[in-house]
Design a protein around this ligand. Structure first.
Ligand code: WT7
Length: 699
């Protein structure tokens, strides 16, 4: 929860004026409009408040239900909304089986290995059906799993990942996919929290030209889960090259099994898709919050699948004929919703790329697009910035044509947007800048691609059926066009929102609803706005510009990391007395964590301790959390009550105005730390971006 409330309220800075040149409009190309799924401007009327919640039938009706629901939205236990109550369906059936009649011989997935000499592999819907059934048989008959059980899947971007997810969904097993780049420790903690007794791994994968040993992480994950009180009795290992084991980690007899071995007993087995309650959990996705412990976002089957299918159709403009490539990782929510569930529910061809975008060079994505004739492309501002930096003219060399491009995960600078539009999109593609979060299931704000003009740097209006609003700290609405920033909230429930935080209903309420709830006794959804923890400004045309997090979360390359999580990792190094983590601006990744540590008395080798801190962060969380710098400081700036002033450190790291420090217990330390970080000479300060100005304003 934002602690900036107090400070902002007293300085009335919740309404910090945001001076940003308004960009002009870009209009959707006629060719795009001619073929788009959503061209009827009455959509906003159809999904307006007077038609809420029944408007969302339109999305649910895109699915095949085993049993139709009787209540679209049940608000009897706020804010635990229930969607499509009484309905039954199966997510795997909707993504695979139902397409066989028309599309069995069409590619469902095209797997592109990172090594360029390894050919791409198309997996048809028929083939996917076969693989998913056999994998489901292994999960049921060999691993003894059943509906409602949790399974932790720690895998890279290989086709066996979506196959395993869909096999879980077929049986009603709740999958919890942990991003492959997270460490074994991170996986073990998540496995324990979810109560998984089975882990699913891959032995190895290609990344940046190297075959990375991934199974090694399983050993650590099992130990960590065990220490947390969660025994792991099976580790199922997919081999990147079936029959050939590519890891140095030993296979433990009686616990570890190669999937290609155990699948042999299940060949040709068919597994009936389970008829699942619309409200049955489909998966967990762990994400960082304001406390040290990652939270398991629990997504439901019916509402989630309806929402990602509807938004994939209308906002991603996916048709079965399209070749769609989302360059995210399936280990994040973007991949779940917009590589696997949404596109496959619509019978699209979804491209799955194993490696890093600029391997072996910055032309790689455009060669893939050319070769596969990709026409919808979806990526993050970080990837766009990286490709622009490494190969600004590369896209021109290749003969591909996108009709549609998406950006997601972070604010995109207008000049980066323009490169995406003009160079990557060759001026032919429509762009959607989609704002949403792990908790949301699918897009919340975006332009409707054939209907709304684009505005660089702005996500756009709320999606059909999503009613966003900006509140100040007191819950007063900040009007459109006032140029004032505040907290973006969603006034209404929607089908994609999480059901709860796994095992922690109280945290769910506190995190998202406590701040602006008008009456905790009320059963009227109008009294329960959803607090997103993002700052935003609303322009007079109804477009939202997202400014970034207002809590202790750092958005690194479009991925969320909790400062408290990183600080806990630092404190595992015995020589460290205190640690503080702040976000620092990075040209490519948007933000990166920067670490400040002070040493215990008698410890002198700061440099070595700093290296140990970086190593600890990589071990406990993963390379993604690697700090930009580790500063060893004599002491931390603190208030008289002993509270660590992260705001001051963030200002130093980002060369922003430090502000008032007279109330600190040790104001002299600030100048010492400043010199250490910035050098002897005073460097000019700058105003700094909104999220950094708000960062850590507690106390
Ligand atoms: C945070 C959520 C949702 C998929 C990827 C990230 C930031 C997300 C945008 C956007 C500006 C954005 C927000 C949000 N964010 N999309 N289009 N423009 N900022 O999911 O890891 O849950 O992170 O990403 O700060 O709160 P996530």
């Amino acid at each position: 929860m934002s602690n900036s409330a107090a400070t902002l309220a007293e300085t009335s800075e919740a309404e910090i004026a945001v001076h940003w040149k308004e960009e002009g409009y870009y209009y959707p190309p006629a060719q795009f409009i001619g073929q788009a799924n959503l061209t009827d401007p009455s959509i906003m009327e159809r999904f307006s408040e007077k038609n809420f919640p029944e408007c969302f039938r339109e999305y649910a009706d895109m699915l095949t239900w085993f049993k139709y629901w009787h209540t679209t939205l049940d608000t009897s236990d706020p804010p635990f909304w229930k969607w499509f109550v009484g309905g039954q369906l199966n997510a795997c059936y909707n993504c695979v089986d139902r397409h066989l009649a028309k599309y069995k011989n069409k590619a469902a997935l095209i797997f592109v290995p990172e090594p360029e000499d390894e050919p791409a592999a198309a997996i048809t819907y028929q083939e996917l059906y076969r693989r998913v059934n056999e994998t489901a048989a292994v999960l049921r008959d060999f691993a003894g799993l059943k509906a409602g059980d949790r399974v932790t899947i720690h895998m890279p971007m290989i086709p066996e990942l979506p196959v395993t997810m869909l096999a879980c969904a077929r049986l009603g097993i709740i999958h919890s996919v942990v991003f492959g780049g997270f460490s074994g420790e991170a996986c073990g903690l998540r496995a324990a929290d979810s109560g998984s007794r089975v882990l699913i791994y891959a032995d190895s994968y290609w990344r940046n030209g190297k075959l990375a040993d991934h199974k090694a992480a399983a050993e650590i994950a099992v130990d960590v889960a065990q220490k947390e009180g969660q025994p792991i009795d099976k580790v199922l290992v997919w081999r990147r090259y079936p029959g050939k084991y590519s890891s140095a980690a030993p296979m433990k007899p009686g616990r570890d099994y190669f999937m290609d071995d155990v699948l042999k007993d299940c060949s040709r087995t068919r597994v009936e898709p389970a008829s699942m309650d619309a409200e049955a959990p489909l998966f967990l996705m762990y994400t960082s919050g304001t406390t040290g412990k990652p939270k398991g976002c629990q997504h439901r089957t019916g509402g989630y699948l309806a929402y990602v299918t509807g938004t994939s159709k209308y906002i991603q403009d996916i048709h079965p004929e399209d070749v769609y490539w989302c360059m995210a990782d399936i280990g994040w929510i973007t991949g779940h919703s917009y590589i696997v569930y949404g596109p496959l529910a619509l019978a699209a061809t979804s491209v799955l790329y194993e490696g890093v975008p600029n391997y072996p060079d910055a032309g790689r994505p455009w060669r893939i697009a050319e070769r596969l004739d990709v026409n919808i492309f979806h990526t993050s501002p970080t990837a766009i910035r990286m490709l622009r930096k490494a190969g600004p003219d590369e896209p021109k060399k290749y003969d591909y044509h996108f009709k549609h491009m998406t950006t997601v995960g972070e604010p995109i600078e207008p000049e980066v947007w323009k490169w995406y539009y003009e160079v990557v999109g060759k001026g032919e593609a429509v762009i959607v800048d989609t704002w949403w979060q792990t908790e949301n299931g699918g897009f919340l704000c975006s332009t409707k691609p054939a209907l709304d003009p684009m505005k660089p740097g702005s996500a756009g209006p709320g999606l059909p059926g999503i009613y966003p609003v900006i509140y100040d700290e007191e819950g007063r609405e900040i009007p459109a066009g006032s140029h004032k920033a505040g907290n973006i909230c969603i006034r209404n429930p929607w089908p994609g929102i999480i059901q709860t935080i796994w095992g922690d209903r109280e945290r769910f309420v506190r995190q998202y609803y406590q701040k602006y709830c008008r009456n905790p006794q009320s059963k009227d959804w109008h009294d329960w706005p959803y607090f997103a923890a993002d700052g935003a400004v609303l322009a007079s045309d109804g477009y939202f510009r997202i400014l970034g997090r207002v809590d202790d979360v750092i958005n690194v390359a479009g991925h969320r990391l909790g400062t408290k999580e990183i600080e806990s990792a630092c404190l595992t190094v015995p020589e460290v007395a205190e640690a503080a983590v702040v976000p620092v601006v990075d040209d490519v990744k948007g933000r990166m964590p920067e670490v400040y540590i002070s040493l215990k008395p008698g410890v002198s080798d700061g440099h070595r301790v700093a290296e140990k801190v970086t190593a600890a962060i990589e071990t406990m969380i993963g390379k993604i959390a690697r700090p930009k710098h580790v500063h060893v400081v004599p002491d931390m700036p603190k208030t008289r009550s002993g509270k660590l002033m992260r705001r001051v450190l963030a200002a130093i790291s980002n060369r922003m105005e430090i502000g008032d420090i007279t109330t600190l217990a040790n104001p002299d330390v600030v100048e010492q730390v400043r010199r250490l970080v910035q050098g002897e000479a005073r460097v000019p300060t700058r105003e700094g971006p909104e999220d950094l100005r708000r960062f850590g304003q507690e106390a």
